[in-house]
Design a protein around this ligand. Structure first.
Ligand code: ADP
Length: 502
């Protein structure tokens, strides 16, 4: 793969530059274990430079009219569209997901850029009447400053877009620290943003490790907002590190999402939804269905159909159009996923299929794991409580709708949930009672669209949402503006007694 000269560097103030320490790390192809490219392992000094560039650029970018800022995002969307095939192919190599899903990842970034580009002509505040005569009042969204964005590897183009598009259209500038496993895709992303016409310094890229570059970004005094997607444990560490600076922290953390299959469900549809949500992206989506809560009346039949579908899946490299299931991201992930197979067996769950690394032929060189289904899982078992982030799902039998709701809610996370049923009353009760930020009816747990809020309750986050209008709340501060044109001192709550409320 041709790697342009400026690649594999940091991008600071509009220049592609080496890291100051000379230390490097490599990005690998999970399907083969081969090295793809080498990147600077950035230090605190590299982060400081990037933040300084972003801080300087902020003073100008915040004054660019928001519709013009939006136009940059429209151009960015067009460039992503032109490069979609190339990015899709690269994603299938660097991250490993299959072509259809990699294309979807890029498309999500295109959609988000168009949606947020439109915000350049909205960014709505409110005007309200005043309680006093000859007084005008409104609220406006203000940009905050330099945004530190820390992203994971599982949606290497979409997630940076979820964060950077709203941050930029609102008038902030950004320093991005992408995941160590997908740095090349982050470079392509930033390169296209630069080509779209962002001024130098408005967006900056610093490669490196979480505990080094990431941590410095979180602690930097000139970075008032941190937006982070990753594991719960790191989210807690990020929150603590940001606390001394009283920063705005936006977190998008784990999930342990459940699909409820009721006794009146369309079983073929349910099986399709489960397979797509449990094994798509090799189970490495925060919305992956890692639990299936099944009514006992259809438990046996669902197991049979699911196992048959899982065993038909073709395992291979993401770039092969025939592949249904690609590799997982790296050796460490593979070992963790396999350790949960042991944990499930020790806990007494019944392994129906999978449960092992694929070692045949060339696949043995990569990080492939068979789609894995456990049955007879107790809701309190670790495989039903902890995020595995791999192609493993747990079938939990239940006797009733009410029990299904209790079990589905009985976890620390609250990202996504779903119910398969033909009963409209059950569907509406599930919409009301499932304690998650996202609920699907007669679909799996995945498939968010960019114009509705994305995020979860409980340990999935800290109350913020990405996407939709809600994303703007992360990246702006409200200012309320009062204009008194009466020419005299008018006191709210004191001088408005002409027509007092009864
Ligand atoms: P994952 O399980 O997806 O690898 P992590 O939470 O470890 O999740 O990583 C997500 C992102 O957070 C990555 O970009 C990683 O480099 C970064 N990261 C990891 N540790 C820290 C930290 N202590 N401070 C800031 N960022 C971190």
């Amino acid at each position: 793969m041709a790697v342009a000269e400026h690649r594999s560097k940091n991008y600071v103030g509009g220049e592609w530059i080496d890291g100051t320490s000379g230390a490097t790390f490599e990005s690998r192809v999970p399907a083969t274990g081969e090295t793809l490219a080498t990147f600077p392992r950035s230090t605190a000094e590299d982060v400081d430079r990037a933040v300084a560039a972003a801080k300087e650029a902020f003073e100008e970018w915040r004054l660019v009219p928001a519709p013009e800022r939006g136009n940059v995002l429209f151009r960015f969307a067009r460039l992503l569209e032109e490069q979609k095939d190339e990015l899709t192919e690269l994603m299938s190599r660097e991250m490993g997901k299959v072509l259809a899903e990699a294309g979807g990842d890029v498309q999500e970034a295109i959609d988000m850029s168009i949606y947020m580009g439109g915000e350049g002509r909205r960014l709505f505040g409110h005007t309200t009447p005043s309680e006093l005569r000859e007084k005008f009042q409104m609220s406006v969204r203000m940009p905050v400053g330099v945004v530190g964005a820390i992203t994971p590897w599982n949606f290497p183009i979409a997630i940076p877009a979820w964060k950077l598009a709203p941050a930029l259209v609102a008038g902030n500038t950004v320093v991005l620290k992408p995941a160590e496993d997908t740095p090349l895709l982050a470079e392509r992303f930033i390169e296209l943003l630069g080509e779209a016409g962002l001024p130098d310094g408005a967006v900056n890229l610093v490669h490196g490790f979480g505990e080094e570059a990431g941590e410095r970004l979180v602690r930097h005094p000139d970075v008032p907002i941190i937006t982070f997607t990753g594991s719960r444990e790191t989210g807690v560490a990020v929150t603590k590190a940001a606390a001394d600076g009283l920063k705005h922290v936006h977190l998008e953390l784990g999930g342990k999402n459940g699909i409820m299959v009721m006794d009146d469900a369309d079983l073929d549809l349910a099986v399709e939804g489960i397979v797509w949500s449990a094994f798509g992206t090799s189970g490495q989506r925060c919305t992956a269905a890692s639990r299936v809560i099944v009514h006992e009346a259809i438990y046996g039949e669902l197991q049979k159909r699911l196992v048959a579908r899982a065993e038909q899946m073709k395992i291979g490299p993401g770039w092969d159009p025939e592949t249904d299931l690609g590799p997982v991201i790296n050796r460490e992930a593979l070992d963790k996923i396999h350790s949960y197979t042991g944990i499930g067996a020790d806990e007494g769950a019944k392994l129906l299929t999978g449960g092992e690394q694929v070692s045949e032929g060339d696949l043995g060189k990569g990080f492939f794991y068979r789609p894995t289904i456990f049955a007879d899982v107790d809701p309190q078992m670790r495989i039903a409580q902890e995020e595995i982030f791999g192609p493993t799902t747990a079938l939990i039998p239940v006797k009733s709708f009410d029990e299904a709701i209790r079990v589905t809610n009985g976890i620390r996370y609250g990202l996504s949930s779903s119910i398969f049923t033909r009963d409209v009353n059950k569907a509406f009760r599930a919409m009301r009672d499932l304690q998650t930020g996202i609920t699907y009816i007669n679909a799996g747990t995945t498939g968010a669209e960019v114009h509705l809020p994305f995020g979860g309750t409980k340990d999935t986050g800290n109350g913020h949402r990405e996407a939709g209008q809600a994303a703007l709340d992360v990246f702006t501060e409200w200012k309320s503006v009062y204009v008194d044109y009466s020419g005299k001192l008018q006191r709210a709550q004191i001088d408005n007694v002409e027509h007092p409320a009864p």
